[in-house]
Ligand binder design. Structure first.
Ligand SMILES: NC(=O)c1ccc[n+]([C@@H]2O[C@H](COP(=O)([O-])OP(=O)(O)OC[C@H]3O[C@@H](n4cnc5c(N)ncnc54)[C@H](OP(=O)(O)O)[C@@H]3O)[C@@H](O)[C@H]2O)c1
Length: 294
């Protein structure tokens, strides 16, 4: 039997590339959208569809060209939506409408764990709550993945946090629930393989919890070198410069963050990555040097 086709939107991003990787490993034929980097996708074994995933006509073409009846939808407040909640909602709705027109049989939407629980100043999560509601009312067969903080934030040069030897930085030094984007993909593969079981359901993607000191200890174990935990900026500056992300961090710190537990996610993905597991999986500093020394 031919492998089932999946179309991944936003396939070159931090989430998209690892979702593609996990879906390929699970045996799917994977198509991915990109405006600019088809070669990167090709090298990964993904068939690129050059288009802008925020445009209705491009989505229609991507679904027609791929003939995929499974669709992984990511919406993006900071990038594609230009920090506009209403634009992110419009873009998500456009993807759902295109899925309906194309007869998609199972759509997975990536939201955020506990999206409805963040305070009113956490702008970048608001669209997720609306889009989840839209999806429930859409008539599509859908599932929702709700990840917590990505380990990928620990090495994110585009957001001024490149991972360097001997130090690990984050916006909070408090206990935080983390997951890897690879495990979002591994969960997506499981859901796509069993739509009847997962139709209309959501799954929190949470694979590890620890404070920044525990993150640093994990990197020490993997790298064999001393690692210092450090806040990426003082809390007063975080409040001043990053109001939205500051309020997200407050939910993690003051309210203890998403209610889901790693043990629950491990029932679905038994070898979901811990901090040590993620540093091994990622295995590079921002300057491309490997973390694991032979
Ligand atoms: N960071 C976290 O801890 C965390 C936790 C939970 C959920 N999330 C969610 O993750 C999502 C972000 O995903 P990500 O980290 O994978 O994003 P990302 O790495 O910034 O990638 C976004 C992709 O969107 C495309 N893109 C960027 N600007 C665009 C534009 N103006 N028009 C059309 N396409 C554009 C780019 O692809 P091309 O250039 O190839 O077209 C890019 O690969 C957000 O919804 C966020 O809420 C993040």
């Amino acid at each position: 039997m031919a492998a089932e086709k999946v179309l991944v939107l936003c396939a070159t991003g931090k989430v998209g590339r690892n979702v593609c990787r996990a879906l390929l490993e699970a045996g799917f034929t994977v198509y991915g959208t990109t405006r600019t980097s088809p070669d990167r996708l090709r090298q990964q074994g993904v068939t690129p569809i050059v288009c802008d995933y925020t445009k209705a006509e491009d989505l229609d073409r991507a679904l027609a060209e791929s003939e995929a009846k499974k669709l992984f939808v990511i919406s993006d407040y900071f990038g594609a939506a230009g920090r506009s909640v209403s634009r992110e909602v419009e873009q998500g709705r456009r993807a759902f409408a295109a899925a309906k027109r194309a007869g998609v049989q199972h759509l997975i939407f990536m939201s955020v764990a506990d999206a409805e629980c963040f305070d009113d100043k956490t702008e970048h999560i608001k669209a997720k709550v609306q889009l989840e509601a839209d999806l429930r009312a859409s008539g599509l067969t859908y599932s929702i993945l709700r990840p917590c903080a990505f380990f990928e934030n620990l090495d994110d040069a585009s957001n001024w946090n490149p991972l360097k030897r001997g130090v690990v930085k984050f916006l909070s030094d408090q206990p935080i629930k983390y997951c890897s984007t690879y495990d979002i993909g591994r969960a997506a593969a499981i859901l796509f393989q069993d739509p009847q079981q997962w139709a209309g359901r959501s799954l929190d993607v949470i694979s590890w919890q620890g404070d920044l000191a525990a993150v640093a200890r994990a990197l020490e174990v993997v790298s064999g070198e001393p690692v210092r935990p450090a806040l990426s900026m003082p809390i007063w500056l975080r409040r001043l410069l990053l109001n939205d992300l500051h309020h997200m961090c407050l939910y993690f710190e003051r309210d203890k963050g998403p209610k889901g537990e790693p043990e629950a996610f491990r029932q679905i993905v038994p070898d979901a990555l811990t901090a040590e597991g993620w540093f091994r999986f990622h295995n590079r500093y921002a300057d491309a040097e490997p973390i694991v020394r032979l």
